[in-house]
Design a protein around this ligand. Structure first.
Ligand code: PRP
Length: 178
């Protein structure tokens, strides 16, 4: 953490309130159904675990890990599956849980891949959305916050695997060496 300064963009309390609201919207959408949450590792684990405990519908959860090739803070476009879902999703109502949509390339790939497995329905919830960075058209069904093009960490999001444990979302700013 020595080489960066951090400014709070979204506090723990702001995130908490918004997650509660999202859980209400999602519970209404899936009323009377069971939803399979597909948590995209690693960034979305904190959001997924907070969200699922607030849902008022039956829930299952599974995990998927994907990797994009490219530079440290920018997605390049090529995506590969590092860990696939444990079970078939055929006929299930899927909700992909993401921490952030940036270029949209990751979710574009995941959605196309999962849709080919014939779920009953497929929707996406993301905590954060950076529409200014889109390379492919992608609109999440549920979104916590639209944010400007800052590099953000915390609440599951990392820089070089650090900062994921911060309870709020922080803007990472280079500088203050030492
Ligand atoms: C982040 C985030 C999304 C993806 C979004 O994951 O969790 O999966 O980038 O970027 P995109 O819209 O430009 O494709 P990351 O590759 O940082 O991995 P992590 O979740 O393990 O930190």
């Amino acid at each position: 953490m020595k080489n960066s300064t951090q400014k709070v963009l979204l506090s723990e309390a702001q995130i908490d309130r918004r997650v509660e609201e999202l859980a209400g919207e999602i519970s209404a959408e899936y009323r009377g159904k069971k939803v399979l949450l597909v948590c995209v590792l690693k960034g979305a684990v904190v959001f997924a675990s907070d969200l699922m405990r607030r849902l008022k519908v039956a829930v299952e959860i599974d995990f998927m890990a994907v990797s994009s090739y490219g530079s440290e803070t920018a997605s390049s476009g090529a995506v590969r599956i590092l860990k696939d879902l444990d079970s078939s999703i055929r006929g299930k109502d899927l909700l992909i849980v993401e921490d952030i949509v940036d270029t949209g390339l990751t979710l574009d790939y995941i959605c196309k891949n999962l849709l080919s497995r014939k779920p009953s329905s497929l929707k996406v919830v993301t905590l954060l959305d950076k529409p200014a960075r889109r390379k492919v058209e992608f609109t999440p069904d549920f979104c916590g916050f639209e944010i400007p093009d800052y590099f953000v960490v915390g609440y599951g999001l990392d820089f070089d695997e650090n900062y994921r444990q911060l309870p709020g979302i922080h803007i990472l700013q280079p500088g203050n060496k030492g």
